[in-house]
Design a protein around this ligand. Structure first.
Ligand code: NAG
Ligand code: NAG
Length: 340
């Protein structure tokens, strides 16, 4: 543990990032960003954050800090919602089982995600927190080709549950844009990274992407400047989730032809459909204060932090009636059947 915390301190100093745990709020087949009001939506998601998460979350009227009564994230002023697709395993007999997620940062016994807000890498540039109502999407659930996976989005085959050796920064080394092809001893780490520049005006756009952009030259990591169309530097939001694929590691259960037995919930068995949804919901100017005072990791003088137990206690009942497939074999992928 000592090694790990020293490592994190070092990482935070170099990169100036907040990194905190959020436990599972719910697993549900709704998507207030891409398909507002639809119950069920096209595919299943796993969601963390404020408990005002619901199918509609109407822009301009639904204000997460006002209508939430709790958050499953450790910073108690953060009622944002963060969500991604789930992963399922398909057995030889054609049935599906949901791949459980691992608790990957000090949040006791419950699965969830680790959320990052990265200010920059040794950069002194002003970082502007998202305005009220801000939302965005990264990645494309319908994408099935490697070179269209946005940068900073990838999968890592973990050798063991200790994530040792660490394997370097996300999406470097042997990380892949699609699903790992081997049986992994420590499951899969999924990293989802959003663009870090904003047009400074729109809190959303028709494709939920055009109001944000990547740096004009270089990368966020190298301190690349934002393009003139999107001049405002925003925190780089990154999600990390670990899927515990270990119970599915017996190759005798995998398709005889050697094909991939795992599917993202939209019926994607490449992993290139990796995507993440973000709906901003920090109270008042808490996130701006966190950026200005260079908050690090999951404890910061400028922010209120609840206990891990309080975060874990925040959950939300499933709105869609679909069977999410917890520890059960399902005949079909929930809801995704029309997309095969
Ligand atoms: C979502 O939450 C808002 C605000 O609490 C509420 O007015 C609305 O009815 C909810 N919508 C759904 C579909 O539950
Ligand atoms: C399908 O395969 C899984 C994994 O081998 C097995 O646990 C399950 O019982 C099978 N279901 C049926 C209906 O045969």
């Amino acid at each position: 543990m000592l090694f790990k915390s020293l490592f994190l301190v070092h990482l935070a100093a170099a990169q100036e990032l907040m990194r905190f745990g959020c436990s599972q709020l719910t697993v549900d087949q709704i998507d207030p960003l891409v398909e507002p009001g639809n119950v069920p939506s096209a595919h299943m998601h796993q969601i963390v954050g404020g408990n005002s998460f619901n199918a509609s979350m109407t822009p301009g009227s639904h204000d997460p800090p006002t209508v939430s009564t709790c958050t499953s994230c450790t910073y108690s002023e953060d009622f944002s919602n963060y969500w991604t697709a789930n992963v399922y395993f398909k057995a030889r007999n054609g049935t599906f089982k949901r791949v459980p997620q691992v608790v990957n940062l000090g949040l006791g016994t419950k699965a969830g995600m680790t959320i990052y807000y990265i200010r920059g890498y040794q950069s002194s540039a002003k970082v502007t927190a998202f305005p009220k109502g801000f939302r965005m999407l990264v990645g494309d659930p319908m994408n099935r080709v490697a070179n269209k996976v946005p940068k900073g989005n990838c999968w890592r085959c973990e050798a063991n549950m200790q994530q040792s050796p660490f394997g370097g920064a996300p999406c470097t080394g042997s990380d892949t844009p699609g699903f790992p092809k081997a049986a992994c001893g420590g499951g899969w780490r999924m990293t989802v990274t959003f663009p870090s520049c904003w047009d400074g005006k729109n809190t959303d756009s028709p494709d939920h992407k055009s109001h944000v952009a990547y740096p004009a030259s270089g990368t966020f990591e190298s301190g690349g400047a934002c393009p003139s169309t999107h001049p405002v530097k925003i925190p780089q939001v990154m999600y990390e989730a670990i899927f515990d694929t270990r119970q599915f590691n017996n190759k005798a259960d995998w398709p005889a032809d050697g094909s991939q037995p795992f599917y993202l919930s939209m019926g994607d068995n490449t992993g290139y459909g990796i995507h993440g949804d973000y709906l901003f919901g920090w109270q008042g100017d808490a996130l701006q204060k966190a950026m200005d005072t260079k908050c690090a990791n999951d404890n910061c003088a400028a922010l209120k932090r609840q206990s891990n137990a309080q975060a874990i206690a925040c959950t939300k009942a499933q709105a869609s009636k679909e069977n999410i497939g917890d520890d059960q074999w399902l005949k079909n992928l929930p809801g995704a059947i029309t997309q095969f």
